[in-house]
Design a protein around this ligand. Structure first.
Ligand code: V47
Ligand code: SF4
Length: 375
């Protein structure tokens, strides 16, 4: 595994700054914000891939993770109007949906014997639904599937439902935990830098609030994930700033499991004119994230957004997790233009995708306990 990085270290034509950064990575020394920016601006794709793969291999050896999961999107009705969102609708607007608790529980019932270990619940911020509404939904889910892990609600949804129920953050999160919430997904982070956040999602929870909610969740024993929406109007500087806020909080709490870069998809939203970044940009972004976020255990490629081919290639750029079977249960990305209109992979498909790159597929639960290894 050291061949590639040794070749880089012994390459006399490599610029001295890149050589210094390579030495830091080789010796397990944390890279600085300036280093990360330098890598984004000057690191050639193949070079970044070798470094990120070196870091991944040190953390996970030959294992690459996936899980068996499904999504529930209770509603796409939302009080906010994020410019990148293709999914949002207002009450009674064409294309709006809001499932009742009974309708959702019927969906859950259909997964009872399917072997899934996780349900991922995210949706719009519905003006009439508070913490207790979602709490009762989680109780209903656990009644049907007592062992299922509920990973639910972005920090943006959480801020609204907790406020609507007149609780402070800590009490709100404790109440949700008591109702059955096991972990929090990474959505709503977008880009933390105010200059960009103001332009793309001015109305919803601030960056400080997102970080505060995740910090409080970790404090009360709810682990979480983190995301970054990239490839729109942000610069490399803004991405490094975002990553630095995450690394700082992770140093403090250790409560994050996974970082998931989310590629901006351009269809049917108010930023469509920007277009989408190239595949090379996606790979560089995975690689720099893997190298910089030394305290994040996992880096996930979310295949419904990236597509299966790019997901497979990302496994050579620091990624060790490809999310799950999904079972055609999410619309966020297909509405934004992702190639897969009905995202679904069988366990065999995921195992094959991972084995093709000579890794050992490991079915995991949400907290990365291994359920089964496919040697
Ligand atoms: O916060 C919305 C993103 C997120 C677009 O924790 C878009 O395992 C790209 O939370 N192009 C929600 N992205 C999704 C989310 C998530 C997804 C996968 C795994 C996990 C996890 C969490 O979706 C939003 C926003 O950043 N999003 N619109 C778009 N046009
Ligand atoms: Fe609402 Fe989330 Fe869409 Fe923003 S991204 S408009 S918060 S559903």
């Amino acid at each position: 595994m050291n061949n590639g990085i040794n070749l880089i270290l012994n390459n006399s034509t490599l610029d001295s700054e890149l050589k210094n950064i390579t030495e830091k990575i080789y010796t397990g020394t944390r890279i600085s914000d300036e280093d990360a920016l330098y890598l984004f601006e000057n690191g050639e794709t193949g070079y970044l891939g070798i470094l990120a793969d070196y870091v991944r291999q040190k953390k996970h050896g030959d294992l690459t993770y996936f899980n068996k999961n499904f999504h529930i999107e209770p509603t796409n009705i939302c009080i906010y109007n994020c410019k990148f969102c293709s999914y949002v609708r207002k009450i009674n607007q064409e294309g709006a949906w809001e499932y009742s608790v009974d309708e959702i529980l019927k969906i859950v019932e259909s997964y009872k014997t399917s072997g899934v270990s996780e349900v991922h619940i995210v949706g719009g911020v519905h003006p009439q639904r508070d913490l207790h509404y979602y709490g009762k939904l989680m109780q209903g889910i656990k009644k049907i599937m007592p062992d299922i892990h509920i990973k639910a609600f972005t920090a943006v949804e959480l801020e609204f439902m907790i406020k609507k129920s007149h609780l402070n953050l800590e009490d709100g999160l404790k109440a949700l935990k008591a109702y059955g919430l096991d972990s929090i997904p990474g959505g709503g982070a977008e880009i933390f830098h105010d200059e960009i956040r103001k332009e793309i999602c001015d109305e919803k929870a601030s960056s400080e609030m997102w970080l505060n909610i995740h910090e409080t969740a970790h404090k009360v024993g709810i682990p979480s994930n983190a995301t970054m929406l990239y490839g729109h109007i942000e610069s490399y500087f803004h991405r490094v700033h975002h990553l630095s806020k995450l690394r700082e909080l992770q140093d403090k709490t250790g409560g994050f499991n996974t970082f998931i870069p989310l590629k901006y998809k351009k269809e049917n939203n108010n930023l469509s004119y920007i277009g989408e970044v190239s595949v090379i940009e996606d790979l560089k972004n995975f690689a720099v994230a893997r190298i910089y976020l030394d305290n994040f255990p996992h880096l996930k490629a979310y295949w419904p957004m990236l597509g299966k081919h790019l997901t497979q290639i990302s496994l050579s750029f620091g990624v060790d997790d490809v999310d799950g079977t999904i079972d055609d249960s999410t619309k966020i990305y297909s509405m934004a233009g992702a190639a897969d209109k009905n995202p679904k992979m069988t366990t065999n498909d995921l195992v094959r995708l991972i084995k093709d790159v000579k890794r050992i597929p490991a079915e995991r639960d949400t907290l990365y306990n291994i359920i089964k290894q496919y040697n």
